[in-house]
Structure formats: C-alpha cells, structure tokens
Design a protein around this ligand. Structure first.
Ligand SMILES: *[C@@H]1O[C@H](CO)[C@@H](O)[C@H](O)[C@H]1NC(C)=O
Ligand SMILES: *[C@@H]1O[C@H](CO)[C@@H](O)[C@H](O)[C@H]1NC(C)=O
Ligand SMILES: *[C@@H]1O[C@H](CO)[C@@H](O)[C@H](O)[C@H]1NC(C)=O
Length: 453
C-alpha cells in the first residue's frame, strides 16, 4: 500500500513537470523571466571519423561549438539590461555548430549561477558529444548529444542529454530542403542553428568536499527528466574510485520488473533517501562516520528509461593535528642543553610543518630555532591518521630566563598554525630548594650527633 502511494506521487510529479511549460507552474511570471545563456563549447569526437577538421588531441578531436541554453528561468531582480536574447549570426553557415537547447522542462537547477558566470566572465567548461541512448531506436533525423557544463571553481556541474528537434519550417511543403550541418549531417533552422531540447539532466552542486574523520557528509547529486517514466525504469549507482581501484558504495534498482526500486548498500552507513530519489530526483549520498578509506572520487550514475548520465565529485578527509609540548617551562641544569618535543598527533592527510621560534626578553621579534630541530618519521595509526614529533635541542647560553619558546604547527586542516609556548625559568628556584635540602640534612645530622652524644 505504502509502495503504491509512492508510485502515484512519482507519476503525478513527473507528469506535472512534463506538462508545465515556462514559467514553472509554481512560480509566477513576475518572479522569473527567461534568459538565454551562450556557452563556448567543444564538440568532442573520437578521432579519425570526420576528416581533418578540428585539432586532434590523442584519440579525440575537438571542434568549436556553441551551446545556447534558451529561456533559463532566472530571478526577475536581475537587472533588465543584462537580459539579452540570443541572436544567431546573420548569415547561416553550415560549418558552424550552434545548438539551441530548450531548457524550460526539465528546469535546469541553479540556472542563476550560469547567468552570473556569463555576465562576470567566470569560466564555464563545456563539452558536447554524440550520444546513443541504450536500447532506443532513434527516429531518422533525430540525434542525441550529451553535454557537460561545469562552472570552474565549483558550484554547479550539469550533464545534459539533448535531443534534436525538427527545424522550424519543416513540414512546410513549399520550403526548400533545409540547410544541413556539414559535419553532423543534421538539418538546420533557417538561421543556421540546431534545435534541441533537454531530455535528461544529472547535476551536482558540489564537486569537491572535505570532511573530518568520523563526520557525516552529503554528496550532492540530482536528476530531472522531461518525459514521465515508470520508476522501475530508474536506477542509480554510487561508486568510489581511489588510487586505481573502484568499489560500489550503493545501488538503487528494481530487482523485479514493474516493481519499485530498492536500495542496496555496500558501504555500511551510506544511504540514499528512496522517497526523495523517486519524488524529487534527489539521489544525494549520505556517508556516515567517514573514515580515511572513504576518500576518493565518487561517481553518481543515474539511469532513467533509455538515458544515463553521471556526475563526479571528490571527497577528502581532513583531520587537524592535536598538538602538545613535552614541557611548559624549562630550567637548564648545570649549563647543559635540553631537548624539548612538540607532538603532532592523529592528523590527516600527510605533511604537517613544524617551526620553532624563540623570543628572548631583550628582543621584540622572535628568532627562528627551526635549524636546531629534527623531525621523527611519521607513525601511522590503524585509522590511517598520522603522528609526528619535532625535537629541538636548546642551549642555555642563547636562552636567558624569560625567553619564550614557541612551536608552530601548520597543516592543511588549519587556517592559521597552532602555536604552543614554553618559558625558560631562572635556575635559582631549583638551586635554592637544593640548598634547602642540603641544609635540612645537615641540621638533622647535627641533631643526631648531639642526641647520640
Ligand atoms: C537533496 O536533499 C538534501 C537534504 O534535504 C539537500 O541538502 C540537497 O541539497 C538535495 N540535493 C538535490 C540535488 O536536490
Ligand atoms: C555491515 O553491517 C552489518 C550489520 O551491522 C555487518 O553484519 C557487516 O559485517 C558490516 N559490513 C562491513 C563491511 O562492515
Ligand atoms: C642552536 O644550535 C647551535 C649549534 O648546535 C647552538 O650553537 C645554538 O646555541 C643553538 N641555539 C639555541 C637557541 O639553542
């Protein structure tokens, strides 16, 4: 019964998103306006197949292309002068590759970010290649492309499955045969563009994450599609790739045909919310109690009907060191040098930097002592965290009483170094107590002597 109602919800959600045009039904025209975003892309093809056009790199050739995302819904408070519709070149050129993509349904998430990137000339990496939906017999004259749009510096990564649309004017008997794109052999609109619509999109809003050991983390991944499709035709796989080896973290699939998908967990403590996945296309992965082996490259692959696309993101474990000094005050005895240690424990990843400084009372600027220090080798704990100690040999001649000695530890988990200090104390305090003991001993011996007499 429960499962059945989930199924109904899914269908109604997908139907709603498929029929609602622009603007999305829950938004009013006043809040959102459509905006075109023009992206410089490369058409990437396996080399050899298309003659000598384009620069070849390795086995792939790249040809400049333009991707126009049409009518992106952006907030209306964006100043109107920045809202400019895309105008194709005046003279259609069959050698140009200009793909116009209708993106009103499904909506592209975080479209504002793309618009702002466009205005502020933030780099957007864009690659397009031909795509062949698995098991789908593609109608003549229809082609599919898969596009990857990544905002440099993070914040948004999209993988779009684009399906070409018949150019406007086709079916008009009197029209001359349409212009064909020379490389792709696809019909162009009278203005020389390839019309397409977004059929499926998989996206992520964080490409790189850090987390402390034992913490929980959420790897963002979502999808949207145009056509409603049965939920049993949907599947998900999260994989972890690290130093050349891969493992499955979690899988969601329908085990029986026509049944709701189920979630199969391979990494204990990882989860995807099945209801969010089927109702909202939110397939974000939660990883609980993160350990060092959890770090690496996560790949979220979503399949829906004939389409499949993925997002890739990095997870890094960062654990700050626990820093301690072997002593907090120092008294030199008999003018002999002393060794002091600064311990850095249970940090990750490798490489802490330890610096030593000393500040004699007569000085205002601390002086480096690092040349008198030596590092032990790393020790590794079973949880893969590391420890290291820096020893410094201190000579009394250079360090009068009142000198402050500081150990500074830098690690990539720390915005500013951890600093711990110790003070050099005058030796009299110890000598005085030594003489007190000697004096007391003498007095006791003396009293014994008189008693015995
Ligand atoms: C998925 O849901 C989580 C928790 O509600 C949220 O933080 C995240 O942004 C959502 N991600 C997507 C892709 O919708
Ligand atoms: C995961 O948890 C289950 C039950 O708590 C346990 O039987 C299994 O051994 C665990 N697997 C791993 C790889 O830790
Ligand atoms: C550092 O080492 C040198 C040579 O061993 C020594 O002369 C100097 O006094 C040391 N500095 C301090 C502050 O201990």
């Amino acid at each position: 019964m429960m499962i059945f109602s989930v199924g109904l919800l899914v269908l109604s959600y997908f139907t709603a998103s498929a029929v609602s045009g622009f603007p999305p039904s829950h938004l009013t025209q006043a809040e959102f306006v459509g905006q075109d975003v023009v992206l410089s892309c490369s058409l990437v093809e396996e080399g050899g197949g298309f003659g000598s056009m384009g620069a070849s790199s390795g086995h792939f050739s790249r040809t400049p292309a333009t991707l126009v995302l049409k009518d992106l819904p952006v907030s209306a408070d964006t100043s109107p002068e920045t809202l400019t519709p895309y105008i194709p070149p005046a003279n259609p050129d069959p050698d140009n590759i200009i793909i116009e993509a209708k993106v009103t349904s499904p909506e592209i998430p975080e479209a504002d970010l793309l618009l702002h990137a466009d205005c502020e000339e933030q780099e957007v990496a864009c690659e397009i290649s031909r795509y062949y939906p698995r098991g789908l017999e593609v109608d003549a004259g229809v082609a599919y492309f898969i596009g990857s749009v990544v905002l440099e510096g993070g914040g948004l990564s999209l993988t779009l499955v684009l399906r070409t649309l018949p150019p406007i004017g086709e079916g008009d008997e009197s029209a001359a045969a349409p212009l064909m794109q020379s490389k792709l052999e696809l019909p162009l609109t009278p203005s020389g563009t390839l019309l397409s619509e977004v059929a499926f999109v998989v996206f992520s809003r964080s490409q790189s994450l850090t987390t402390p050991l034992g913490g929980d983390t959420l790897l963002d991944c979502g999808f949207k599609q145009q056509e409603p499709f049965p939920t049993h035709a949907m599947w998900l796989e999260w994989r972890l790739q690290h130093r050349g080896s891969g493992s499955k973290v979690l899988e969601m699939k329908a085990v029986e045909p026509e049944e709701q998908p189920i979630v199969l967990v391979e990494r204990n403590g990882s989860s995807v919310d099945l209801a969010l996945a089927v109702e909202e296309g939110n397939v974000s992965l939660t990883v609980r109690k993160v350990t060092v082996p959890d770090e690496g490259t996560y790949i979220c692959t979503v399949g829906a009907g004939f389409y499949q696309a993925q997002q890739v993101m990095q997870l890094q474990v960062i654990q700050p060191p626990q820093v301690s000094l072997s002593v907090d005050k120092l008294i030199f005895k008999d003018g002999l040098p002393r060794r002091v240690s600064c311990h850095c424990e249970r940090y990750y990843p490798l490489d802490v930097e330890v610096e030593w400084l000393y500040l004699p009372p007569s000085k205002t600027e601390p002086i480096s002592l690092t040349q008198n220090a030596s590092l032990t080798s790393h020790r590794q704990f079973s949880d893969k965290t590391l420890s290291l100690t820096s020893h410094v040999t201190l000579h009394p001649a250079a360090l009068p009483a009142g000198t402050i000695i500081t150990c500074l530890v830098s690690h990539r988990s720390l915005d500013t170094p951890v600093t711990l200090s110790l003070t050099v104390l005058a030796p009299e305090t110890e000598e005085r107590s030594y003489w007190m003991i000697v004096g007391m001993l003498a007095a006791t011996l003396l009293s014994f002597y008189f008693l015995l007499k």
